[in-house]
Design a protein around this ligand. Sequence first.
Ligand code: UDP
Length: 352
Amino acid sequence: FEAMARSASAPQERSTMMIAETQPHGEPLTLVAGGAGFIGSHLCAELLARGKRVVCLDNLQTARPSNLRHLEAHPNFEFVEADIVNPLPASIVDRAARFERVYNLACAASPPQYQADPEHTMLTCVVGTDHLLRLAETSGARFLLTSTSEVYGDPEVHPQREDYRGWVNCTGPRACYDEGKRAAEAMAFDFARMGRADVRVARIFNTYGPHMHPDDGRVVSNLICQALSGREVTIYGDGSQTRSFCYVSDMVEGLIRLMESDIDGLEPINLGNPEERTVNELLDAILALIGRSATVTNLPLPVDDPRRRRPDIARAETLLGWTPRMPLSEGLARTCAWFAEEITTCECEEGM
Ligand code: UDP
């Protein structure tokens, strides 16, 4: 995996780990696009634990190959390196009939990363989703799109219900992602309306946990890594803006329940933890866990940064019987412990 990630040129199907050779021919497969990423890697692990045969498709743009290290040897796991912006590789298309589930988690999702190549972000959302929807149409697989709370923009309605149409700036720096996801939703619902695919759409709110990229620029990873390494912590604006943080295992459970539910696929479903915190409160919780104080550097609030965000999860509770279980204190403790280990490992590897 590391060798793949380092390689500069990227033909569509550079490398395939064909663990599937041991799979009986014709067994149903689950495709997880974006499966090497933060949430995707946990989803792959959970699906394998539930006895599924998983094909993970990822371009390794923002994913960490190490997220999959513990899955490499699993007999039901296969990794395909490809970018969904391009036509899907032969190893997927040739087995289209075997796919029974297609999860689309493939997209850079933290603001600095999705803004680094905005054209690619937009194409990933729109063209990439089209490729996966067409695969689902061909194979008869059920398709789940991971959309985002960003479709609500800087919301004027609080908390956000699925029927709120959002307040999004289509000319701003976040538009490549939030308008991209809105277009992806539109396309998924059109496939559903036309009977071309059985579709589910999850709107994911802020999620955290192990396997986040230490450099992805999100508030949880930034503050934990800065505090653990004794650096100044960065608060954008005055830290009074709010987010609601969902632990990754709760999110994965919600995604699988949504995929397996018999709900009418023509409505999106919010998935997130409705406990709302200011960024300052998040920092206090992290510092208390790590047992350190920190110098705070206040940086300018990014353009179009939402002031408040909290999901209304009544639909998920009613239709999926899903509610997040992990308290923030416990989830942060697990995340801090994981980052502490990661930072030590990174420092050791750098020193070698
Ligand atoms: N933020 C912050 N310090 C950081 C990174 C982010 O104060 O080092 C703020 C950011 O401006 C936003 C909130 O934390 O108000 C959540 O940011 P994140 O990038 O995690 O996700 P978003 O919800 O904005 O997509």
